[in-house]
Ligand binder design. Structure first.
Ligand SMILES: *Cc1c(COP(=O)(O)O)cnc(C)c1O
Length: 469
């Protein structure tokens, strides 16, 4: 009890912390001093010795650094899932980052028509570009399309349904009533959009006549939803988009396609598993397509609604659009990303999502060779390390059954209970200044190297000395 008096006064501690105050500010550092003194006081009560002055200052420094660190931190995504929703999906192209920074820093012509000096429309920044890209090089189609942008694809689906089918029915196959990432379920979204879901067919088979027979005076639209995160295989039947479009149009109804991922480029030509594109859906007769900005498109989080001009105009008039619209930095990044698609020859090199998905295996293998001895040194005798084949996945629901051959650094423990050691290793990698996120599978810790680009390798290696087990 006597020792309590020897705890230094707050001001005396602060007087020794001018550098820390310079870095973090007086008020945050004072809070850290108080917290650390309170902890020491508590320790004394429980019989712990009075902390040395140096140790006390160091603890305050650590506390200030921790409190001053941003919560949203950059990480190395070595999970093997390229578009990892929990890790922020697409990494933006440098062109998109630069455009975002400019828009953030300066006033910009977001809703201002520089030609006339009058009011503009924020969607116009990308609508023409999108119309051009989805027309697939066919100027004849170009003029008939427009686009509107909202916060994400869930918002795009909600808004489209509410604007085109409120109080009426939307016809969807039972095989497509998807749930995406837990919170987005088609039946729930329909309810919130005040649209009655008219389910047709069965889980595995839906036929053209199911669509035909469903149409009644309350029908507002026919809809197809891309089964992003699962595959229906075996005895299955789905109706071709062209046929659904014909049935819809014969009844004077719009046909809406929720593509989910939707890439604007031909994946097969890049050696990747084929993925449906908005171009194809529109060419098949879809009137509206919706897709995400931050999935295969490789841009910022956004929901893109593209299609027939008159329907887009109707969607834009809906009051929900105002609630779901995006801000200037998103539009800046989206415009810059879309512009990259105009130059297909350099697209893969510039767009990180495509660059990572198409990264040559030989490149990953050479990196594995370089990193293997570095890892062995960093980990000592705790574990064995090897480079082994693994499979990356695209993620965010795109191509759920397709895998991309890749290579991983694989760590195995020689301990009796390897599970505990592997958790320790996983924690240690996660505790690095730029946390490294891998995965444990089959009694081994894996770091899939696909998403560790050569430009980031030095930064990755430099921090390994700080691994703490
Ligand atoms: C991902 C996805 C959504 C939701 O898109 P977000 O951009 O995550 O809101 C909706 N529908 C489908 C088919 C999807 O794949």
């Amino acid at each position: 009890m006597n020792e309590k008096r020897h705890l230094p006064a707050v001001d005396r501690v602060l007087s020794q912390l001018s550098d820390l105050i310079e870095a973090h500010g007086r008020q945050p550092v004072t809070a850290c001093v108080r917290a650390e003194l309170a902890a020491a006081r508590e320790g004394l009560k429980h019989g712990l010795p009075l902390p040395e002055n140096g140790a006390l200052l160091a603890a305050i420094g650590r506390r200030a650094a921790e409190a001053g660190r941003a919560r949203l931190r950059a990480v190395f995504n070595l999970t093997g899932t390229v578009l990892h929703t929990n890790l922020g999906r697409a990494q933006l192209a440098e062109e998109a980052i630069a455009a975002m920074v400019d828009a953030a820093r300066s006033p910009c012509a977001l809703e201002y028509d520089l030609a006339s000096g009058g009011r503009g429309d924020r969607d116009d920044l990308v609508s023409g570009l999108l119309a051009e890209l989805v027309a697939g090089g066919s100027p004849a189609n170009f003029g008939q399309y427009a686009a509107t942008i909202v916060n994400n694809n869930a918002a795009a689906v909600l808004l489209t349904l509410n604007a085109l089918a409120q109080g009426k029915e939307a016809v969807v196959s039972r095989g497509e009533l998807v749930e995406i990432g837990g919170a987005f379920r088609i039946p729930d979204v329909m309810r919130r959009a005040q649209v009655k879901l008219h389910e047709i067919g069965t889980t595995n088979r839906t036929h053209a006549k199911d669509f035909q027979e469903a149409i009644n005076p309350k029908t507002a639209l026919l809809m197809k939803i891309h089964t992003s995160n699962y595959a229906v295989t075996g005895f299955t039947a789905a109706v071709d988009e062209k046929i659904i479009a014909e049935i819809a149009h014969a009844a004077g109804l719009p046909f809406v396609v929720d593509l989910g991922s939707g890439t604007l480029t031909d994946f097969a030509a890049l050696g990747l598993p084929a993925e449906p594109t908005p171009q194809q859906a529109l060419a098949a007769g879809a009137d509206i397509v919706t897709f995400s900005g931050d999935k295969l498109l490789g841009g910022p989080q956004a929901g893109l609604i593209v299609g027939r001009k008159d329907l887009i105009a109707k969607i834009k008039k809906n009051p929900l659009k105002r609630a779901l619209r995006v801000g200037k930095t998103t539009l800046a990044a989206l415009e810059a990303t879309l512009r990259l698609y105009r130059d297909p020859d350099r697209l893969v090199e510039r767009l990180p999502t495509l660059r990572l998905l198409t990264r040559p295996l030989a490149d990953i293998a050479a990196q594995g060779e370089r990193l293997l001895p570095v890892m062995q040194t960093a980990l000592g005798t705790l574990l064995t390390v090897s480079v082994e084949p693994c499979s990356s996945q695209i993620g965010s629901g795109a191509l759920p059954v397709e895998r991309l051959p890749s290579l991983a650094l694989v760590f195995r423990s020689t301990a009796k209970k390897p599970g505990k050691t592997l958790l320790t290793v996983e924690n240690a990698f996660r505790g690095l200044p730029v946390p490294v996120i891998g995965y444990i599978r089959d009694d081994a810790y894996h770091l899939d190297l696909r998403c560790l680009e050569a430009k980031d390798e030095a930064r990755f290696v430099a921090q390994l000395a700080q691994l703490k087990f």
